[in-house]
Design a protein around this ligand. Structure first.
Ligand code: NAP
Length: 354
């Protein structure tokens, strides 16, 4: 069976998703929605860096889905447009169109998201006969699915800790991500959105998801963060990060039982590899490290790349978790679901043929 898909958003992850839809044997791209003026009316194949395919990009989501779509792969930003984005997704679900998205980290674990938001989306989905899945790389695969699957190798688990260890190299992510969400170059007394309570909520959802899957009742979830001051001024993505301003950050979300951390997610983010030598680093560049302390001790370091570009590998994983879930999502009963409601999302149809 082939599912008709409209893709929305051609940013760092979205462009990988577009290519991923075009190369998936069970998916057919029938529409593309973009925001940038320079992208409107351009061919989707061309925007994916491939040959033209005859699907033109539009700003009009309603017009794009009017051709008849089974699913929308929803990947625009929600930064500064959260309510509008939520409204778009609600409208799609009411119209009977399934949605796979990486844009709503809060919904990766629907049980931990705001109940009124989930109730509204779930009602729209059930009313329209559609399904919504929020997924991604982190929050997503590395902080909900993989730790739970790996825990099946354990006899006793003292704690589960997951690290994202990344250098956000200049130019390898959007200005919005670098300067607005992560706050690079801002004074140290600014709290960047990525480390405020709302910013960390998606990862808290993942900590709670692991606990739920392993039948652990957390009695507290604590957040903490530290900002890294730039040791000197340096050029970064067309701007200057001044000495003493934010050049990186570290945060932890710890799920506790009787005062003991049982599940934790920690992020360590630099803007240059030579910063903060006292903070943990990936063994071979950017990586996710998963440590299950107990019997036996399990430790897994997961690195990824796209040629020389580590972050691009991460954006590709982020996109593929959503794209590869679309066939199972379309076959699922209506409602707002989590990754644990679906059969394992695999690389079916992705193995290269000569
Ligand atoms: N869960 C995870 O692990 C994870 C990881 C990375 C990203 N994400 C999320 O996944 C989504 C896509 O990520 P990305 O890496 O592709 O982000 P990105 O590179 O920052 O791209 C931003 C996208 O938003 C679109 N956009 C900008 N302003 C808009 C507006 N006012 N209305 C509608 N669309 C607008 C852009 O449109 P154009 O198509 O015209 O460029 C572009 O597609 C984002 O929501 C991001 O937060 C999640």
């Amino acid at each position: 069976m082939t599912y008709r898909v409209v893709h929305y958003g051609t940013g760092f992850s979205g462009t990988h998703a577009l290519r991923g839809i075009l190369s998936h044997p069970e998916l057919e791209l029938v529409g593309l929605v973009v925001h940038g003026d320079d992208k409107v009316d351009r061919d989707a194949g061309e925007l994916a860096g491939l040959a033209p395919i005859g699907v033109r990009a539009t700003r009009d989501l309603d017009a794009a889905v009017a051709v008849g779509a089974d699913a929308v792969c929803y990947m625009p930003t929600t930064h500064g447009r959260f309510k509008a984005a939520l409204g778009e997704v609600e409208h799609l679900l009411e119209s009977g169109i399934n949605v796979a998205t990486t844009a709503f980290g809060l919904l990766i674990n629907p049980a931990a998201a705001r109940p009124d938001v989930v109730a509204r989306l779930d009602a729209a989905a059930r009313g329209g006969g559609a399904t919504l899945l929020s997924t991604g790389i982190e929050p997503g695969f590395f902080s909900d699915y993989l730790p739970v699957i790996m825990s099946g190798c354990s006899q006793r688990i003292d704690s589960i800790r997951l690290y994202e260890l990344a250098t956000y190299v200049s130019g390898d992510q959007s200005d919005e991500t670098s300067f607005e969400i992560c706050g690079f170059g801002q004074p140290l007394d600014v709290v960047p959105p990525i480390v405020d309570a709302a910013g960390m909520a998606p990862w808290e959802g993942c900590v709670r998801s692991i606990a739920t899957q392993l039948d652990v009742v957390l009695d507290a979830v604590e957040h903490r963060y530290e900002l890294l001051p730039a040791p000197e001024a340096f050029e970064y993505q067309g701007r200057v990060i001044a000495e003493g301003t934010i050049a990186g950050f570290r945060f932890e979300i710890a799920g506790k039982v009787d005062g003991v951390t049982r599940v934790a997610v920690e992020h360590i983010t630099r803007t240059r590899d030579d910063q903060a030598p006292h903070w943990p680093k990936g063994l071979a560049g950017d990586a996710y490290r998963l440590v299950i302390a107990g019997s036996p001790r399990l430790e897994c370091e997961f690195s990824f790349s796209e040629g020389e570009d580590h972050l691009a590998g991460g954006f590709n994983i982020n996109a593929m978790r959503a794209v590869n879930s679309i066939p199972a999502l379309c076959a699922h009963d209506p409602g707002v679901i989590s990754t644990f409601d679906l059969p394992p999302v695999t690389g079916r149809g992705r193995v290269a043929r000569t």
